[in-house]
Design a protein around this ligand. Sequence first.
Ligand code: CP
Ligand code: NVA
Length: 315
Amino acid sequence: MSPVANLQPRHFLDLWRLDGPTIRALLDDAKARKVARLGWPTGRPDADAPAAGRTLAMIFEKNSTRTRFSFDAAIRQLGGSSIITNASDMQLGRGEPIEDTARVLSRMVDAVMIRAKRHDDVEHFAAAATVPVINGLTDKSHPCQILADLMTFEEHRGPVEGRTLAWVGDGNNVCASLIHAAGKLGFTFRVACPPAYHPDLMDLSRAGNAGTIEIGHDPRAAVEGADCVITDTWVSMGDTDHDERVAAFEPFQVNEALMDLAAKDAVFLHCLPAHRGEEVADSVIDGPRSLVWDEAENRIHAQKAVLAWCFGGAA
Ligand code: CP
Ligand code: NVA
């Protein structure tokens, strides 16, 4: 038996599974870690190096740029190392059970990050693993992204509690994790989506009751006076109905006219990759209200907070 088999690992699977103070502590740790190493070379470990001697495995069933590079940079800055592979290169890709994969990797590494096609696979992997498991995006949620998003908003506009964030577009995985965060941290989250692309009702019931979540179909109403406007691709990885989606989402583009309805100092966020001319106009994503490059960078800092927490640190 593994010596750690009876310990409960700290998995980071979804924001709805955490309480508000834990999410707040993760955000604060991410910000503190960023400030503490300002001006340092990217490869220099943090002073506390909380992952020294630890190895993170990363498994990708879907493409990734930001998640892949930011987790790799993050574990190195925490003093640890990484092993990265595409699921198709593993026996997992030839049908080895996901639970067996979890049991084996738990004997070899200290934590596993997975980007999976099916959310249930991540849940099953975590249930069989004896080391922390991190959700690096599934069809249902993207919790790491939302830590970076909220961190970015707060760096520029202060605490998110009590503020209004507007989502324009697909009620997808990224939207779901924002719903979870709103309910835990206490902000207003307005969603404007086409009726056929409504968020999962399960996510509304899982969100805590600290915030206010409003779902509608009018982008102008959602954005009115909002402190932040957020969107994402109209066609996520794994979606097969491209043409129907592009037609349904055409009135949901975030452009200057829509941004002008938001608060005077409203900011724009997008998890990237973006499709200019579809969900966002060039003038918005490349304009002064856009924080997307800070948001992308903050994936490293947010992920470091998650990894340190998984290893028993923050919160
Ligand atoms: N935002 C995000 O998760 O990007 P990648 O798909 O490039 O990892
Ligand atoms: N909703 C998008 C997010 C990509 C980071 C997707 O799942 O493809």
